[in-house]
Design a protein around this ligand. Sequence first.
Ligand SMILES: Cc1ncc(COP(=O)(O)O)c(C=O)c1O
Length: 436
Amino acid sequence: MTDPDPLGSRSLTGHEEDLLACAASLLPSGARHPTMNPAHAMVVGTASGSRLTDVSGNEYIDYLLGSGPMLLGHAHPAVTEAVSERLRMGGSYLLVSEPTIELAVKLVEHVPCAERVCLTSTGSEAVMHALRLARAFRGRDKVLKFEGGYHGQGDCVLMSNQWTRTPADFPTPVPNSLGIPHSAETEVLVAPFNDLAATTALIERWEDDLGTVIVEPMQRTIPPVAGFLEGLRDLTARTGIPLVFDEVVTGFRLGLGGAQSHYGVTPDLCALSKSISAGFPLAAVCGRGDILELAEGYRKLTGGYVSLTGTYSGNPVSCAAACAAIEVLEGEGVYDAMYAIGNRLRIGLESLFADRGITVRVSGEAPAFEVWFTDIDLVDFRSTLAADQALSARFASGLFERGVLKAHEKFFLSLAHTDEDVDLTLEACAGDIDAL
Ligand SMILES: Cc1ncc(COP(=O)(O)O)c(C=O)c1O
């Protein structure tokens, strides 16, 4: 093993190189997000707090955070302890257990739309279940989503997301993968995010066919403009179309009540995952009791049943992790501290660019934000297309080389990030920007 030089000067041991070669031959992008630069492939050794270390011993300040879930930082002692204790009681039962019930109680307490809760394992599943419930409740099939929004891997939502290269005219969807049946395209309508007039026109035109409207309340890192979510809420309530908030990123991240508390708009259903369970696979669909009622088992016999089951749904270990995480997040001033650190980094970045005469826009909220190389205000997917993607990639690459790891489209903050992390990150950014 080489003598590691923390934060920067990355060097790989032969062991890590061998592991990477093996991974590349056996796992086609399977263990590395396909959007990450292949030159930055790494094999993670350990992670603790805000830091992550590869098997060669190179250390990174981690703003990737497992693509968001590690809101408490890595290996938070309260979570590690709760999980270890629960593991000794067995790993999976299918049957309900105490942590599952405790979690449901907490979700109903904290999440405004949550009258009842259905647990599942991943964000994609939670979205799929929310859409099925909403469509069944309204008795219609079409889904309206917003261009640039990501809702996971389900066929009918893997369309017109942030990876779309050539957008179509609204409301035509663009599939983001091969292998999606063409019939799925006929179920989806796409609207421009933050454009209430265009969305209203589409909903009114397709009112009789729409089963649901799904939106990321903060789409990627683009916050809603004033009145957009409120207008969407009024419109869907008036037309009786269930409104789904995909809070897989924003749930617990913007606050324990998610984006619906943060922005003050309550949907009919929401999908939660990532930050709710401190890195253990878990997701939830929460919402109106009369909609969740459709998943009651007795309805299998009487008819009108919506199937939402899963072998690992409500897994006791993941639920124990979630309960431990919630207890930490309920602590006095916890979110204020994370917002303060996030804002310090965000403002520090803005002034580094301003000092060097480089125009950027920073979108998002303190717990999740992104820097865009553009002079256009970011309000929807098309405004992001004008940003210089090559420069963004160089910026992220330079940070990686300097020991700062970020998600391909955002900086995620955690409770574990410190002022020292921010100082080191800004130092790395300064060097990176000067070398751009
Ligand atoms: C907003 C949103 N919805 C759904 C998903 C899918 O979640 P998962 O990857 O757990 O299936 C993601 C994942 O990044 C997401 O960001």
